[in-house]
Design a protein around this ligand. Structure first.
Ligand code: CP3
Length: 333
């Protein structure tokens, strides 16, 4: 089955594979581009972003390509300045309500991503899927309030509790932005839209149901209306799977800690994407194949897109990736 057929709920002998963060620093040809261009320059230059998008599919024969960008870049359309070092940094984090109420959608979000999608689609073989994406509002809010990555996201969680109304104002603005952004991507050649809720796991199930689910639903409905297949990914989210089931989508991406059998029970009718531990790619070949087989066997009753449980690590050996792709493509159910 192709990547898109699998998202449409079809299940065949051959399991499609791509890897989260497949464009990036573990690839020599990516590092080579980065010696001449900053990350943001690459993201904002459609020819470079399209090239970075295509590099991993050329080298490994993945079944899908994900557009080279970042969850944070479209936030500039709200007047927010972002830097990368290498993770996102917001020099003026949103800590109080007036900062949040000042946000408004000033421009079309990241038009250069639309151009990069068109360029990438024109160069990709037809059977390879092209994925657009956006960050979930609650995950974007975590970075915006905190000012960058963090272990506990104390400022963010404190604001959510101290002024939940302000948090809802922020989540609404981020949702409006993301709805426009996914529509634009679907109209520019993205056949699937993936929603990254990388910090969903910070919250208990009731909090996630209130502050996460309704906004994610609006974005996924917009992506569906625009004709794209939809993947919802949440990290560290085994304890919020019931809430995730309320988000309309064709596939759910699960991390390596989430039991695939449990995910199957809670998410009937959805394809599953995942969930090899990215650290496994540092093991010997026999171990990689044994662990990959475990994932494949556990998902053999559902439409399955093979992936890692989170992004590939920058030090990952290239041969481990090519070996994994060969193994997954040779596996028959
Ligand atoms: O192949 C791909 O997936 C490329 C596109 C992509 C990037 N970021 C490029 C990137 C995607 C889908 C993302 C999503 C993203 N960005 C998420 C959600 C997925 C996840 O990992 O949970 C998050 C939370 C971010 C925020 C972000 N951007 C972080 C935490 C970092 C630093 C971590 C790292 O990999 O170094 C970034 C920077 C970033 N985004 C890089 C890339 C290739 C590294 C930039 C560089 O080359 O210096």
């Amino acid at each position: 089955m192709s990547f898109l057929q699998t998202l449409q709920g079809r299940r065949g002998d051959r399991v499609p594979i791509w890897l989260m963060r497949q464009a990036g620093r573990y690839l020599p040809e990516y590092r080579e581009l980065r010696t001449r261009h900053s990350f943001l320059e690459m993201v904002r230059t459609p020819e470079l972003a399209a090239e970075a998008t295509l590099q991993p599919t050329r080298r490994f024969g993945f079944d899908a390509a994900i557009i080279f960008s970042d969850i944070m870049t479209p936030l500039e359309a709200l007047g927010i300045e972002i830097e990368f070092a290498p993770g996102p940094i917001i020099r003026r984090p949103l800590r109080v309500r007036p900062d949040i109420e000042r946000l408004e959608l000033r421009d079309d979000p990241a038009p250069y991503v639309g151009e990069a999608l068109r360029l990438a689609r024109a160069q990709l073989p037809e059977e390879i899927g092209l994925i657009g994406f956006c960050g979930a509002p609650l995950t974007l809010a975590a970075y915006l309030v905190e000012g960058g990555g963090s272990k506990d996201f104390e400022h963010f969680r404190r604001l959510l509790r101290a002024d939940p109304d302000a948090m809802h104002v922020l989540l609404n603005r981020l949702t409006e932005l993301s709805v426009a952004y996914v529509r634009m991507q679907a109209g520019s050649g993205a056949q699937a839209i993936m929603l990254f809720d990388s910090w969903a796991g910070l919250h208990d199930a009731a909090t996630y149901a209130e502050f996460g689910v309704p906004y994610n639903r609006r974005i996924m409905e917009a992506a569906g209306d625009a004709g794209a297949a939809r993947i919802a990914f949440a990290l560290g989210a085994s304890h919020v799977l019931d809430a995730l089931a309320e988000i309309p989508c064709d596939a759910v991406g699960v991390d390596w800690r989430t039991d695939l059998a449990q995910a199957r029970r809670i998410l009937p009718g959805r394809a599953l994407q995942g969930n090899l531990d990215p650290a496994v790619l540092f093991a010997d070949r026999a171990t990689i194949e044994r662990e990959a087989r475990r994932v494949l066997d556990a998902a053999s009753e559902v439409p399955h897109v093979f992936n890692l449980g989170h992004g590939i690590w920058p030090q990952t050996p290239i041969e481990a990736v090519s070996g994994l792709v060969r193994f997954v493509h040779s596996y028959t159910r």
